[in-house]
Design a protein around this ligand. Structure first.
Ligand code: G
Ligand code: MN
Length: 396
């Protein structure tokens, strides 16, 4: 490993081009005293380092942002910008580069402060022996090599993680199936539609939340969406009488295949309601109105999902002008015990009648919630009380 090679055993040649120099062996020396710089260069080159000297701190900063150095060694006393200022700016623009400050003896306190505040790794008195300077550079460079190795290991580990997440995600797609939960008219429980809900037999990503998280991390939301739509299309083909609500991730609105006349779901569009929630900001979708217009042109209807949950604001009612609105189960839960929830649901139901929504209350779990919702003017219901999500008769 380069980091372990003692550079002083291999004298560097100044004519090696910058591109081929190992950054772990590159040292930048900054001082306005060019005499001293030249002797420093001779000294360090004899020890095997690639040395760049520069007599202007401003230009040194530019260089550090363009090229990589293991070590920057700067004199404290320079006109314009002192060594501590320079090195603290180097720390920001090239955080892995190790910084060494050279000081006159009278600046001892400055040097101590610079080390203590983390601006520099070592300081070297200007009067110190050649060995002292060389030793400081060697220590700094070996710290640089160590940090670089740690960083490389880190990124290798990260890409391993991505690879195993990709494998798990592929497994989830292979084991994907859709559960269908009935949505009913309260009088007589007539089923008007089913909400299609993501499920997978995968062991690693068996929970829909985990599958969605993985899809987001792998930029595979469109792929997941297409797979879901394919499954639902097969079900609609198999059951010509049913209508289906599908949850759409906001990012799927950016996937052209959603608008494709030849996509599997498109020919069933009049039997499909696309549920949109604001878990991902709809502001990420430019020209959303135009996109919804295209979807409606294909025959899809649009629902605002989870109205009343933290993230589903009234703004989405304006942006989406939905045909269907689903009241979040947070408002439904124990609605009979909360006069505030009752007032909200009643007001939403009134608004729904005025704006012509089909209003669905989600997550109804008890008979008492059901009765209360009916009293409040909400008669389309979904929830465990009515039916749990379950597979429909096999579609393929
Ligand atoms: O965000 P969205 O409304 O699409 O979420 C639907 C989720 O709610 C599904 O995961 C479904 O399994 C779950 N769900 C459906 N009915 C009920 C219910 O009555 N109670 C609870 N706690 N969850 C439900
Ligand atoms: Mn939903």
């Amino acid at each position: 490993m380069t980091s372990m090679t003692a550079p002083h055993q291999r004298p560097a040649r100044r004519d090696v081009s910058v591109e081929t120099q190992d950054p772990a062996r590159r040292v930048l020396c900054v001082d306005d005293d060019t005499e001293w710089l030249r002797s420093l260069r001779r000294l360090l080159e004899a020890d095997g380092w690639f040395v760049t000297i520069i007599d202007n701190p401003g230009r040194a900063l530019d260089l550090v942002s363009q090229e990589q150095f293991a070590v920057v060694l700067a004199d404290f006393e320079m006109p314009g910008m002192d060594g501590v200022q320079l090195l603290s700016r180097v720390r920001k623009s090239a955080p892995t580069t190790i910084r060494v400050l050279v000081t006159g003896n009278s600046d001892f306190q400055v040097a101590v402060n610079a080390v203590n505040e983390g601006h520099v790794f070592r300081f070297v008195p200007k009067s110190s022996t050649r060995d002292g300077v060389v030793a400081a550079v060697r220590e700094a460079a070996s710290l640089y090599a160590k940090r670089r190795a740690e960083r490389d290991e880190d990124s290798a580990r990260r890409s391993d993680n991505v690879r195993s997440l990709e494998a798990a995600f592929e497994g989830a797609l292979n084991g994907l199936w859709m559960a269908y939960q009935p949505i009913v008219f309260a009088d007589g429980n007539r089923v008007i539609a089913y909400e299609a809900l993501l499920r997978s037999s995968s062991k690693e990503l068996g929970n829909p939340g985990l599958i969605l998280d993985a899809a987001e991390r792998l930029n595979a939301v469109p792929l997941l969406g297409r797979t879901i739509r394919q499954h639902v299309a097969a079900q609609l083909e198999h059951d010509p009488a049913i209508q289906v609500f599908i949850n759409l991730h906001a990012l799927e609105l950016l996937d052209e295949s959603l608008y494709d006349l030849n996509a599997p779901l498109t020919r069933f569009a009049p039997r499909v309601v696309l549920e949109i929630t604001e878990r991902v900001a709809l502001t990420q979708v430019a020209d959303i109105r135009e996109r919804l217009h295209r979807l409606r042109g294909l025959g899809f209807r649009v629902a605002v999902d989870d109205l009343g949950a933290g993230y589903a604001g009234l703004g989405s009612l304006v942006d989406l002008e939905p045909e269907v609105v689903k009241i979040d189960m947070g408002l439904v839960r124990n609605v009979h015990e909360s006069p505030t929830k009752q007032k909200l649901v009643r007001a939403i139901a009134a608004l729904g009648r005025e704006l012509g929504w089909l209003l669905v209350a989600e997550g109804v779990e008890t008979e008492i919630e059901r009765k209360m919702l009916l009293d409040l003017g909400c008669d389309v219901l979904q929830g465990y009380l009515i039916g749990r999500p379950a597979p429909l008769a096999k579609s393929a």
